[in-house]
Ligand binder design. Structure first.
Ligand code: COA
Length: 254
């Protein structure tokens, strides 16, 4: 692994840290490959009982790296799909600890975590409407499954910011902690989980996800088709250009 996704096995807890803090842990194409490989390896490794996913620095993740779409010689959608599926199909407990920005893929990945702990600074956003895009990572199903259709629709359509209290109230996170206590708390829970037999943890996870997986796969397929229609559309280009130029997008002109 290169240093943009760090892994450390702490007595059965695999600590996975997104490590690109200067870009708020925006996930570029190389990182998608590392996320895919990390989760596949963790699933196959019987010394891993539980994964704890977090981000280096003050921000969990600002999601897809908006500057990486034009990279040559790679198929970003294929890389993203493989990573997304590796996380969705991960067959052991997944705990997450998130502070600061948690946007796009940096939010939707959390919907696949079994237990999410938020720091008080958490600011989550599903920015797809504001980017002229469609949902991803099976979030169009997972968020409804986790918090209900009404609350999910409000968050998708408005693309509003969700603070830690609202995330807790909605059921997106299990608990909110002061930022400086968050990792310690999440590590303690992950260690409490990882003490148990790995085969039992696998069977519990499979039981919990059994009914969700077909729906997740259906959602991901529909999302990919929607994303293919929207990526590169005039409204999407305007949104990304506006982000790069640090200005508000003007969708009325497109
Ligand atoms: N892709 C690429 N670069 C990103 C990024 C992303 N998703 N998110 C942040 N960055 C970069 C910024 O361009 C900036 O780079 P620079 O220092 O070279 O100018 C740096 O990370 C710091 O981000 P900045 O926007 O200055 O920080 P902020 O605290 O003002 O805002 C966010 C943080 C996360 C709210 C803001 O960066 C943001 O909205 N990012 C885009 C999130 C998004 O839409 N993701 C797409 C998901 S599909």
């Amino acid at each position: 692994m290169t240093d943009t996704v760090l892994t450390e096995n702490r007595d059965g807890v695999l600590l996975v840290t997104l490590n690109r803090p200067e870009k708020k842990n925006a996930i570029n194409n190389a990182m998608w490959g590392q996320i895919r490989d990390t989760f596949r390896a963790a699933a196959a490794d019987d010394t891993v009982g539980c994964v704890l996913l977090t981000g280096a620095g003050e921000h969990f993740s600002s999601g897809v790296d908006l500057s990486s779409f034009g990279e040559a010689d790679v198929d970003p959608q294929a890389l993203f799909n493989a990573a997304a599926m590796a996380v969705a199909e991960f067959d052991k407990p997944l705990v997450a600890a998130a502070t600061g920005a948690s946007v796009g893929g940096g939010a939707t990945v959390l919907f696949h975590a079994d237990v999410v702990y938020a720091g008080e600074s958490l600011r989550m956003r599903l920015p797809f409407a504001s980017l002229g895009l469609a949902p991803e990572w099976g979030s169009s199903y997972m968020l409804q499954a986790n918090i209900g259709a009404q609350r999910a629709a409000e968050l998708f359509y408005t693309a509003q910011w969700i603070d830690a209290d609202k995330a807790l109230q909605a059921g997106i996170v299990a608990a909110v902690l002061p930022d400086d206590q968050l990792l310690e708390h999440a590590l303690a829970t992950a260690a409490e989980i990882a003490q148990w037999p790995v085969n039992s943890l696998r069977e519990i996870k499979r039981s919990l996800r059994l009914h969700h997986l077909p729906a997740i796969k259906t959602a991901m397929q529909a999302e990919q088709e929607a994303m293919a229609r929207q990526a590169g559309s005039p409204e999407n280009i305007e949104a990304i250009t506006a982000f790069m130029e640090k200005r508000k997008p003007n969708f009325r002109k497109s």
